[in-house]
Design a protein around this ligand. Structure first.
Ligand SMILES: Cc1cc2nc3c(=O)[nH]c(=O)nc-3n(C[C@H](O)[C@H](O)[C@H](O)COP(=O)(O)OP(=O)(O)OC[C@H]3O[C@@H](n4cnc5c(N)ncnc54)[C@H](O)[C@@H]3O)c2cc1C
Length: 409
């Protein structure tokens, strides 16, 4: 029996120090074996992977049984408890494994498992595991972001099809995807939350088109997706017609639960320490400066506090079966902590971080200037966590949820 299997079957005892240590070591050697220098550098510097790299990485995970660790065994998952998933995720992130895009395993998978018909599960889950069905998320619209329920993309019933017209925006990686899960308005007369449905749309259907929305530094992640008289079979409806808001909310809680990114924060804290221990041109080390000692200690405490917060969320998930609005606290604190660590890296590098500002080829700019690898994407990295602070509900929206639903104010 492998350590992973032992950990998986050791109900509640995943924090048995020896088993956990062995499990983490197993993951580290798995990552060492399967993550090459390019993948590691892209991950460390928040640069996206190519479509092929994402796909290949997923195949590597699937081959090891880790393609969708949060799914039940019968659908190719691990059947692990949330604690076992937690240790796995954290160890993977700490070892420098690429971040798995969430749309397949973390979003649409659990939604199909909870709300899908048996036919939908058979039809979609296997391809969702292997990413032959590569999903993107069609929630936001040009005039509907925080106020998502105001969305206007229309789906009108015509026989055994819906005819969809409208547009979705900020659709991350839609240019890599071949399917989109969409919120559409199926009843214009009902109160806004009550007229929404959750529809699965094949992006190759006639009438679907998209255009890229480039980042300010040139990268292509976002798209705007257009639907013009797109005919979608009614069998692609998930949940009840006009019952899409319940499905949408369940998906957002999954999205938020996994956005604490505490494993990544830990890894980057280590990088910060490494950088602080390097001597600069005049032989000075930041780690010898009491102000940096104080800053690093403060960050280390925040990362530790984040870890305890995640544990609390997991505890509640195990005891009650849900995290509920506490997921908003995890997301908010996770993002703030990651941003604080990234900001410290960029500040520590000072002017050395500037090449990333000058051109969207910081690699060669930094190379030419003989700078450390950490300098190459520092500024871009600093901005990276601005994105998650907006996606899936902005920090302000999370604060509103915490005030109302966690603190009962
Ligand atoms: C990196 C990234 C990836 C994304 N990926 C996707 C994706 O794949 N699919 C998808 O559908 N969408 C995606 N989005 C879109 C995201 O969900 C929206 O940007 C987000 O919901 C905010 O909506 P908005 O941009 O329209 O801003 P708005 O809602 O217009 O908000 C503008 C500002 O007003 C503030 N604000 C709004 N309402 C309130 C309020 N009630 N109280 C206090 N402050 C408020 C907001 O916090 C924000 O600062 C992504 C966004 C980002 C940044």
């Amino acid at each position: 029996m492998s350590t992973a299997q032992r950990v998986a079957s050791s109900e509640g005892s995943v924090f048995d120090a020896a088993a956990e240590q062995a499990f983490r070591e197993e993951i580290r050697s798995f990552v060492r074996e399967h993550v090459d220098d390019d993948l590691r550098a892209r991950t460390d510097h928040h640069r996206g992977l190519t479509r092929q790299q994402y796909f290949d990485w997923q195949q590597t995970l699937v081959a090891q049984g880790g393609g969708a660790i949060n799914w039940p065994r019968e659908w190719g998952g691990t059947g692990w408890s949330v604690r076992q998933q937690f240790v796995f995720e954290e160890a993977m992130a700490q070892a420098g494994a690429p971040h798995q895009i969430s749309f397949n395993a973390r979003m649409i998978g659990p939604i199909l498992l909870a709300f899908g018909t048996p036919e939908q599960k058979e039809r979609f889950l296997p391809g969702t595991l292997t990413w032959e069905k590569w999903w993107c998320q069609g929630y936001s619209e040009p005039s509907s972001g925080s106020d998502l329920a105001s969305l206007r993309t229309r789906a009108v019933r015509d026989g055994d099809h819906y005819v969809v017209n409208g547009s979705k925006i900020w659709t991350s990686h839609a240019h890599y995807a071949n399917w989109i899960f969409c919120l559409v308005r199926t009843d214009v007369d009902a109160p806004k939350h009550a007229g929404i449905s959750f529809l699965l749309i094949d992006l190759t259907t006639p009438g679907v088109s998209m255009r890229p929305v480039p980042h300010f530094y040139g990268a292509h992640v976002f798209n705007q997706v257009f639907f013009e008289d797109v005919r979608v079979p009614c069998e692609n409806l998930v949940g009840a017609e006009n019952g899409g808001w319940t499905v949408a909310k369940a998906l957002l809680e999954h999205e938020r639960l996994y956005s604490s990114r505490h494993g990544e924060a830990k890894r980057r804290l280590l990088r910060l320490r490494r950088l602080a221990e390097r001597a600069d041109a005049r032989g000075r080390r930041a780690i010898d400066d009491p102000r940096w000692q104080d800053r690093i200690a403060w960050l280390a405490m925040r990362v530790q506090a984040l870890e305890y917060l995640v544990m609390r969320g997991l505890d509640s998930l195990e005891r009650t079966g849900e995290v509920g609005p506490f997921a908003s606290t995890l997301k908010l604190k996770g993002i703030e902590t990651n941003q604080a660590v990234d900001a410290a890296v960029a500040e520590l590098l000072g002017p050395d971080a500037l090449p990333a500002d000058q051109a969207y080829d910081p690699e060669s700019a930094a190379e030419a200037m003989g700078l450390v690898p950490e300098a190459r994407y520092a500024v871009e990295a600093r901005y990276f966590f601005r994105g998650p602070g907006i996606a899936g509900g902005s920090n302000e929206i999370q604060r509103g949820i915490i005030a109302k639903r966690v603190l009962d104010l």
